[in-house]
Design a protein around this ligand. Sequence first.
Ligand SMILES: *[C@@H]1O[C@H](CO)[C@@H](O)[C@H](O)[C@H]1NC(C)=O
Ligand SMILES: *[C@@H]1O[C@H](CO)[C@@H](O)[C@H](O)[C@H]1NC(C)=O
Ligand SMILES: *[C@@H]1O[C@H](CO)[C@@H](O)[C@H](O)[C@H]1NC(C)=O
Length: 421
Amino acid sequence: MLKKLIFVPILVFYCVAAEPICTNGFTLVNNKCLKLMSTTTNYNSAEQYCRGFGATLMTVKDSVENDDIKTFLKSSASMVWMGIYCITNEQCFWDDSSKNVSNYSNFATGFPLTDEGNCVYFAVATGKWISGDCDSQQRASVCEMPTTVADDCPNNFNGNCYTFHDKQKFGDAQKICQQESGNLASIISEQENRYIMSQASQLVSGDLLIGATWSTDNNEQWLDGSTWQYSNIDPAYQHIMNCMAIANSVVHFAKGWYSVSCGMPYSFICKRPAGSTVSTTVPPTSTVPPTATVPPTVPPTAADALATVTQNCNSTLPMAPGFFTSPGFPANLAAPIFCTYQLNTIGSYRILLRIIDFVPESSDNVINVYDGDSTTLLGSFNGYTPLASLVSSGNRMMVTFSSGSTESFQGFSVTYTPYSG
Ligand SMILES: *[C@@H]1O[C@H](CO)[C@@H](O)[C@H](O)[C@H]1NC(C)=O
Ligand SMILES: *[C@@H]1O[C@H](CO)[C@@H](O)[C@H](O)[C@H]1NC(C)=O
Ligand SMILES: *[C@@H]1O[C@H](CO)[C@@H](O)[C@H](O)[C@H]1NC(C)=O
């Protein structure tokens, strides 16, 4: 009898704990968490507001969702920013990943129309989507986060609890995470990376150890057994150590991941499933830090870290992150050329551009970097000027390259990454 009485409340608790919930005052709508910000702002401020929660502006993936959002907003707002950014009238991308808007859209007739602007808002009365100017138009906005599972942990996102800790070496850090029934954090999506970065910037300073090992043969693994399906490795750093950290300090501008020594103490992040007080985690594949190895004789270049290297002159490049070089780099150019590169990133990010190589031959060879679409010059480099890192103010950046009359010129290589400073 006594046994039965104890058993029943546990069962009830289990069922309640598994219900999807929303945190931070978000409302559950069609299995997503939404929050209306009625204050009108430009698109970038709306993105910043959402990112404070680790959220994005809302995405709408089917007609049921479009109707539910209309109902949710009916009496509270008339026009709200949504998380779509259009590079051209044919190419629009969702903010929650760099996926394009292809499967479902509900643009009003004649839209998207980038002449009106590259951002998109939702007209509540009709449920139609309309292009608007990202900077000059002021709109209310709706942020979106995934649901999670009830847990009293302070950093609860998408079914996991995260804790941030002061400096330890890799092995000791993992032991502390295991005492919390978790592991050093894996980061398996852009969404999870965004959440962790938004919290890290509020909770800790300095670089942050994550639960990855990185062998010399470029084999990356997550300690908690997750599949290596997403990466934010910063192509500008060389891979010479076997543990991995998020560059969260000012020195490391890009906030990407880079290799660090397993024997050096760093602040770190633990992750465990939300709603679990006992361990349900996959046993870690290794708790022993991999032994430090000598740096490879030929360190991988930025080109190895990114799948595609673009060499085309005059192109709109794939969404950040990316890597491009002047045509034929590092072979000498056969004839003088002029090239224009248009760079883009999704809504909540800016673009960090780093010129890695620029072989000086003559001051005729010039790289110009413009904010947006060639309006404001951010920097001009001729191979003799010190190279710098440049950040756009919004989602776009334009780079031009002119090789002057010198024919023996080798060219340049550049990386561009999403930047959330
Ligand atoms: C959108 O993505 C799909 C699948 O990745 C691709 O086939 C299609 O060409 C893309 N459309 C646009 C307009 O970029
Ligand atoms: C589009 O829909 C198909 C089938 O419904 C799905 O497999 C695919 O992942 C979707 N693509 C995107 C970009 O959402
Ligand atoms: C790139 O475009 C510019 C004008 O927009 C043109 O002058 C230049 O020749 C083009 N470069 C190449 C290599 O096609």
